[in-house]
Design a protein around this ligand. Structure first.
Ligand SMILES: Cc1cc2nc3c(=O)[nH]c(=O)nc-3n(C[C@H](O)[C@H](O)[C@H](O)COP(=O)(O)OP(=O)(O)OC[C@H]3O[C@@H](n4cnc5c(N)ncnc54)[C@H](O)[C@@H]3O)c2cc1C
Length: 391
């Protein structure tokens, strides 16, 4: 899960070589001082968590629009694929604008993931009293199982199915979100931070795995839309760095910087902000829209993520399975890695290791939520290979 420049690097790594990817992103090697990089203790016995979740993907892009249920105004805000955290503030700002057109004193938000919480907080800031109704609170949701990177166009729409004008809407959402995430930098607990991220190519010969293990099939593969170019000004580009200044066995190394969401703390901060502003939480499991129409609040923002498929019978929602493993955090490791189809992110609540060897279509239309320990261990072993002996 990489931002636009990093994802360019990831796709480059999958499809060509790091050298080729860097050729498109930087002109000359970055000769600035390389910090000493502590090696990752990449051992399978240090995996303390494996989490799987389904990205709520809609080929047309997220659904942010109104619907009337009798005297209730419902504003939908779901279907953000692999970009829900990244786009949360921008998408929720659009949803709250639609909701507040009715000048409600009270608003109900259905769902307590990234989209529900940001909608609730923005509705409070717009002057409404807000109650969140949800089956799960943030730590139990899909949002809590995300990688935690700024990836605003990861699995957000399909090239041939994106709604007309979606690229422009997406850009507005991405820019609004980027600004709001910045407000959470530098806070106690580090909900949001910038880190260095390295792309490493070559070096080890012990793994004979292909870098793109996606298989050929009779069904045409989905082609995801990419909008990153329009916000290139927001994030740094990749630069080559001398491989021998790093602890990596590598023929080429690139470095960029990426915004990371420390999900445990970000979620906690958002929940606190919501409750401090007088927010209420009610546990509820809705089986039909009629139950939502029966709520006291007559303006409702629907942030049910993949749950919208069953609740609103939105068959256009496609599950895209994803898995992350977490290694025990190493406070001295403050950089991320992209190497042979594996990504690491040094989150404060665990060093995330994620395999993306199948590219963005990995897990497409797969509802299997069972953790795959073998996949997690393989990813950790791949990372172990990248460090030079004695590094
Ligand atoms: C492996 C993986 C990695 C990811 N990495 C990133 C990343 O790095 N960056 C990024 O931006 N995005 C990432 N994503 C995507 C991101 O996690 C999702 O887009 C986001 O979590 C969706 O948030 P949400 O609030 O819409 O849904 P959810 O988090 O699923 O929340 C839905 C809420 O609605 C409630 N609900 C649902 N149905 C009902 C019902 N019938 N009645 C009552 N309540 C209901 C749930 O209980 C929950 O509270 C990743 C996803 C995966 C799977």
């Amino acid at each position: 899960m990489l931002d636009q420049t990093a994802r360019m690097g990831r796709r480059g790594l999958l499809q060509t070589s790091l050298a080729a990817a860097l050729a498109g992103c930087a002109t000359k090697p970055d000769s600035s001082f390389e910090p000493a990089l502590a090696p990752i203790r990449a051992r399978t016995d240090r995996i303390f968590d494996i989490a799987v979740c389904l990205r709520p993907f809609r080929p047309a892009g997220p659904r942010v629009e109104t619907e009337r249920l009798g005297d209730t105004l419902v504003v939908h805000n779901y279907g953000h694929g692999g970009s829900g955290w990244s786009l949360s503030w921008g998408s929720s700002a659009r949803a709250v604008r639609l909701a507040m057109q009715a000048s409600p004193a009270e608003v109900a938000v259905i769902g307590c993931g990234a989209l529900g919480l940001t909608s609730a907080i923005l509705a409070q800031r717009a002057g409404a009293r807000v109650t969140i109704h949800a089956r799960e609170q943030l730590p139990e949701t899909t949002s809590a199982r995300a990688t935690g990177e700024w990836t605003p166009d990861s699995r957000i729409a399909l090239v041939n199915a994106a709604a007309p004008g979606f690229g422009t809407v997406w850009e507005e959402m991405a820019r609004t979100s980027f600004k709001r995430h910045r407000d959470y930098l530098g806070l106690p607990g580090t909900p949001v931070e910038w880190i260095d991220q390295y792309s490493v190519s070559g070096g080890s010969s012990s793994s004979s795995r292909s870098e793109d293990s996606s298989t050929t099939s009779a069904t045409p593969a989905p082609v995801f839309a990419s909008y990153a170019r329009s916000i290139r000004d927001l994030t740094p580009r990749w630069s080559p760095v001398p491989a021998d200044a790093t602890p990596f066995k590598a023929t080429a190394v690139g470095r960029s910087e990426i915004m990371v969401f420390n999900i445990a703390d970000y979620g906690h901060t958002l929940l606190n902000d919501f409750f401090i502003a007088g927010g209420q939480f009610r546990r509820a499991d809705f089986r039909a829209p009629a139950q939502i129409a029966a709520l006291r609040q007559k303006v409702v923002i629907n942030c049910t993520g993949y749950g919208a498929r069953a609740l609103w019978r939105d068959e256009t929602l496609v599950p895209v399975r994803g898995q992350i493993a977490r290694l025990i955090p190493q406070p001295e490791v403050r950089y991320g890695l992209v190497y042979r189809g594996v990504l690491t992110v040094p989150r404060r609540d665990g060093l995330v290791v994620q395999s993306f060897a199948g590219g963005e279509r990995q897990g497409y239309d797969d509802t299997n939520e069972a953790p795959d320990r073998a996949e997690a261990e393989q990813a950790v072993r791949t990372i172990a290979e990248v460090f030079r002996a004695g590094a």
